[in-house]
Design a protein. Structure first.
Length: 129
């Protein structure tokens, strides 16, 4: 499965919610495996993001926020956009939507998971003639 770094980062919203909910053992195991692999990729992307922040700005030690130098802002924006647009390949099977259909989630939480979900749509049966 291919994901952009942006999709990976956004998926953390829904994954964090799912991690707090009870599921049957098979679904919980599958979710755990997905989360473990995606966490490793997310940590790698976060390191790259922080490196870009450090290369283009200074970290405010009180707030922990990077202040990007105005003269480096354009280069920083290009680097961050390229990072978030880059694709990674993760070796996971999509999670069937039916596996989490009883989970109470908000629209943004569920939409954050869309790239990771297998959404099966029923094909309407042809009407009898």
């Amino acid at each position: 499965m291919k994901l952009t770094i942006a999709q990976l980062m956004v998926s953390q919203i829904g994954l964090a919610k799912l991690a707090q909910l009870p599921f049957p053992a098979a679904t919980a195991l599958k979710l755990g495996r997905i989360m473990r692999q995606l966490d490793a990729e997310r940590e790698s992307a976060e390191k790259a993001r922080l490196a870009a922040c450090g290369a283009h700005g200074l970290k405010n030690e009180q707030t922990g926020v990077f202040d990007i130098h105005p003269e480096k802002k354009a280069a920083f924006d290009v680097e961050i956009q390229a990072l978030f647009a880059s694709e990674i390949t993760v070796h996971i099977d999509p999670l069937p939507l039916v596996a989490i259909e009883r989970a109470e989630m908000t629209v943004p939480e569920l939409m954050s998971l869309e790239p990771l979900l297998l959404i099966e749509t029923a094909v309407p049966k042809a009407e009898a003639a």
